[in-house]
Design a protein around this ligand. Structure first.
Ligand code: ZN
Length: 345
């Protein structure tokens, strides 16, 4: 059975300035999870100068536990039996425990001594150490605790994405139970294999490449597409590592390819005047029919009155609506020269 890209085309009608107007929209179904997202064309432009300087200035008056003069005394340590020394340091990055018990093991990887890093400065070399300490943490947890099966690497960049600190940091969750989205991905990938005898990921990648309207490109062993059924106001990006069943297997080439792609996506966001985003990378310890994958989604700046881009639709209905067609976003990212693909050996 081919991958289903289902769309319900619909419209609403209203009278504006005495004229009857029909406004079209789509309800799209995610080909893996079956969750829906709404797509319409709306003349939304992110404001030209979101007040990023003001956010940074405000943050200077707030205590930052991740700045070099504070990190030693203001962050906790992991127990010695998990991490000898209590933390991991690699290059410019440091991994310490999170104080929120979001899972059995939760690490925070602080990128660098630099308190404020602009989105356009987030190049692969700037991000590399933080992702490497996170990988080392995941490998250590997997070795020490055989009960841990679920791993995710997560990033809230800047306050609109939920971050209370502007100092860039990743959050890594290791636990026994998957989150809802991970569970749904796993259940649906397993079901696809049961029903079709082939992997969802292979079929999906082939179809997206053939259709080409959302396919951004490949960098090394990473595949990039714009999400068919959106998960954010501006369409989100889906990166799949089709050869990697677990983050425990992800090596240098895959990591640097991922960071190169991520950096290109952030360049695109910057070109739209966006300055905040969420990233999550999903993995199990080992699942035959699962592949490591990541979702990257931009978050909109708070408006003058302080409202966020999450409303009843996202918060309660768990549904998203985006203001641009994913296909138009794909075109714009490709125009910026995504990738310059690294030849595969
Ligand atoms: Zn800081």
């Amino acid at each position: 059975m081919p991958i289903a890209f289902e769309t319900l085309y619909d419209k609403m009608t209203l009278i504006r300035e005495g004229k009857r107007q029909e406004i079209t929209f789509e309800v799209r179904t995610d080909p893996l999870t079956g969750t829906t997202g709404r797509v319409f064309n709306f003349p939304y432009q992110p404001p030209k100068s979101p007040n990023i300087e003001e956010t940074f200035k405000r943050s200077e008056g707030i205590f930052c536990p991740f700045c070099p003069e504070n990190i030693e005394n203001s962050t906790p340590r992991f127990p010695e039996e998990l991490l000898p020394g209590g933390w991991i340091r690699k290059g410019s990055a440091t991994l310490v425990p999170n104080i929120l018990p979001l899972d059995r093991y939760v690490g925070v990887a602080v990128f660098s001594p630099q308190h404020f890093v602009r989105m356009e400065e987030l190049k692969p070399e700037m991000m590399n150490d933080a992702f490497r300490v996170v990988q080392e943490f995941i490998r250590r947890v997997a070795e020490v605790d055989p009960g841990i099966d679920c791993f995710s690497i997560n990033w809230n960049y800047m306050p609109p994405a939920g971050s209370s600190l502007v100092h860039p940091h990743l959050q890594v969750l290791c636990g026994e139970r998957p989150t809802n989205h991970m569970r749904l991905q796993l259940e649906c990938a397993n079901r696809y294999y049961r029903e079709n005898g082939v992997e969802f990921w292979d079929d999906f990648i082939r179809e997206e490449k053939e259709k080409a309207s959302r396919y951004i490109g490949e960098i090394g062993p990473t595949f990039w597409t714009v999400g068919f059924a959106p998960m954010s106001h501006i369409p989100d990006i889906w990166c799949i590592l089709p050869e990697q069943k677990s983050l425990l297997e992800v090596g240098e080439e895959a990591l640097s390819s991922f960071l190169e792609g991520l950096s290109a996506i952030l360049t695109y966001y910057h070109s739209l005047n966006l300055f905040s985003f969420n990233v999550s990378i999903f993995s199990f310890r080992f699942e035959e029919h699962f592949r490591v994958n990541a979702r990257i989604l931009p978050r909109l700046a708070l408006r003058d009155i302080g409202n966020s881009d999450y409303t009843f639709l996202q918060a309660v209905h768990k549904e998203h609506a985006c203001v641009y067609a994913p296909e138009s976003v794909c075109e714009q990212i490709r125009e910026l020269g995504f990738g310059n693909p690294i030849p595969r050996s």
